[in-house]
Design a protein around this ligand. Structure first.
Ligand code: ATP
Length: 378
C-alpha cells in the first residue's frame, strides 16, 4: 500500500472555473481518508486528479516517492470504485472481476486465486456466474469493490460508492467497507457528502467548501473542535445552533449578550475572550442540539415556543422559536413535549463553542478546558 501526497494542487477547468484551490494533503499508508463537503465543493475533481482522469492545473501529486502528474491512469496502480458501479453488463460477475487482470495477461490460475479471494471476502462466491442485471444494488456494489480488490492496488479511490443504495443497505455496506479496510490495510480515499459515512469510516476527514480545505482532522476533533463555523455547521446532525452575541467584559466578568439575555461562560472561555480583546465585539456562541437540556435552571437557559417536534425513537428533535432564530435540541423521547407550548432549555456551557463573528474562526471550545489543565498533546 502507499502514501499519497498532494502539494498545492489546483484545478481550473477550460471554462475558467477554479474547482480546486491550493489543495495540500499528506495521506499516510493505510489511512482511510474521507473527502466530505457540500455539492460542488470539488471532492470528485480532486479524486479524479489523483486517479489521473483530470489533469492538474497546478501543483504536484506523489504516490510513494513517485511524481504522478504525467503518469497515465493505468500506470498509477490505483483502483477506483464509482457511484454507478460501472460493471460490464454482458460479463458474468467472475469476468467483471477478472477483467483488469486478463488485460494484463496474468496467468489464469493467479487470476482465479485473486477472484476467489475477493469473492470470499465479499461473500460473492454464490454469484460468480450471474450477470450484473441479475444482482441487487448491494450485490453490484460488492462486485465493483471486488473488481478493485483483485487488482491489489496501491490506493483505492471510492466516489460515493454507496449513494445508489437504499438506507438499510447503505448501513450494511458501510460496515462491509469498514471491515474491508481493517482486513486489507489499504490506503483508501473516499468521497461522500454523507457525514455519517464520513464520521464512521474515516481515520481522517477532509472537510471541503468551494474548492478549499476547511479542516482536516480526526472525526472526533471535527466534532469537538471545529476550526470554523462552516465545519461546525457541517459536521453533526441536526446541525449546531449558532447564537450571535455581543461580548461584554467588565473587569473579570464576561457576558455574552443576545437580545438582552446574557450567557455566562466558564473561566477557561472567559480567559480566551479577555486575552483576545473581545470586549464589545461580536462573538458567535455555538451549541449542539445534544448539549441543550430540559432542566429547571434559570442561568444560561433560553426559552421559546415549540414549533416542530420529530420523534426519532430514542430521542426527539425539538425546534423552538428563540427571538428571530430557530433553535434545535435533541432531547429524550421520555420528555413530555407539546407543540406550541413554551420550552426552557439549559445550555451546557461545558460543551459550547465560541467563534469570532467577523472571521468565523473558532476562538475556543469549552471542552478543551480540561485538556488545558492537563496539557494538550499536540
Ligand atoms: P457533488 O457532491 O455534487 O458530486 P463535488 O464536490 O464532487 O460535488 P465536483 O464534481 O468536483 O464537486 O465539481 C466541483 C465544481 O467544478 C462544481 O462547481 C462543478 O460544477 C465544476 N465542474 C465540474 N466539472 C466541470 C467541467 N468539466 N467544467 C467546468 N466546471 C466543472
Amino acid at each position: 500500500m502507499a502514501k499519497v501526497k498532494l502539494e498545492h494542487i489546483k484545478k481550473i477547468y477550460p471554462n475558467g472555473f477554479e474547482a480546486v484551490k491550493d489543495f495540500s494533503l499528506d495521506i499516510e499508508d493505510e489511512e482511510f481518508v474521507i473527502f466530505v463537503g457540500p455539492s460542488g465543493c470539488g471532492k470528485t475533481t480532486t479524486l479524479r486528479m489523483i486517479a489521473g482522469l483530470e489533469q492538474l492545473s497546478e501543483g504536484e501529486l506523489w504516490i510513494d516517492e513517485k511524481r504522478m502528474n504525467d503518469v497515465e491512469p493505468r500506470d498509477r496502480d490505483i483502483a477506483m470504485v464509482f457511484q454507478s458501479y460501472a460493471l460490464y453488463p454482458h460479463m458474468s460477475v467472475y469476468d467483471n472481476m477478472a477483467f483488469a487482470l486478463k488485460l494484463k495477461h496474468i496467468d489464469k490460475k493467479i487470476i482465479e486465486e485473486a477472484v476467489m479471494h475477493a469473492a470470499d471476502i465479499l461473500n460473492l462466491k454464490e454469484l460468480l456466474k450471474r450477470k450484473p442485471s441479475q444482482l441487487s444494488g448491494g450485490q453490484r456494489q460488492r462486485v465493483a469493490m471486488g473488481r478493485a480488490i483483485v487488482r491489489n492496488p496501491k490506493v483505492f479511490l471510492m466516489d460515493e460508492p454507496l449513494s445508489n443504495l437504499d438506507a438499510k443497505l447503505r448501513v450494511q455496506m458501510r460496515s462491509e467497507i469498514y471491515k474491508l479496510h481493517q482486513r486489507l490495510k489499504a490506503t483508501i480515499i473516499y468521497v461522500t457528502h454523507d457525514q455519517t459515512e464520513a464520521m464512521t469510516l474515516g481515520t481522517r476527514i477532509v472537510v471541503m467548501d468551494k474548492g478549499e480545505i476547511m479542516q482536516q482532522d480526526t472525526p472526533m476533533n471535527l466534532y469537538h473542535r471545529p476550526q470554523n463555523c462552516f465545519v461546525a455547521g457541517f459536521i453533526g446532525s441536526p446541525q449546531m445552533n449558532f447564537i450571535e452575541t455581543l461580548c461584554m467584559i467588565d473587569e473579570n466578568q464576561v457576558y455574552l449578550m443576545h437580545q438582552g439575555q446574557s450567557f455566562e461562560v466558564s473561566s477557561y472561555l472567559k480567559e480566551k475572550l479577555i486575552k483576545g480583546n473581545y470586549h464589545e465585539k461580536e462573538v458567535i456562541l455555538g451549541i449542539r442540539p445534544e448539549d441543550l437540556k430540559i432542566q429547571a435552571v434559570s442561568q444560561n437557559s433560553i426559552q421559546g415556543k415549540i414549533i416542530i417536534k420529530e420523534l426519532l425513537g430514542y430521542e426527539t428533535s425539538v425546534r423552538m422559536a428563540f427571538y428571530e432564530k430557530e433553535i434545535t435540541a435533541m432531547v429524550s423521547s421520555e420528555e413530555v413535549i407539546h407543540m406550541d407550548h413554551e420550552l426552557k432549555l439549559y445550555l451546557d456551557m461545558n460543551h459550547v463553542h465560541l467563534f469570532d463573528a467577523q472571521t468565523k474562526q473558532a476562538i475556543a471550545h469549552a471542552v478543551d478546558a480540561d485538556l488545558d489543565v492537563k496539557g494538550r498533546n499536540n
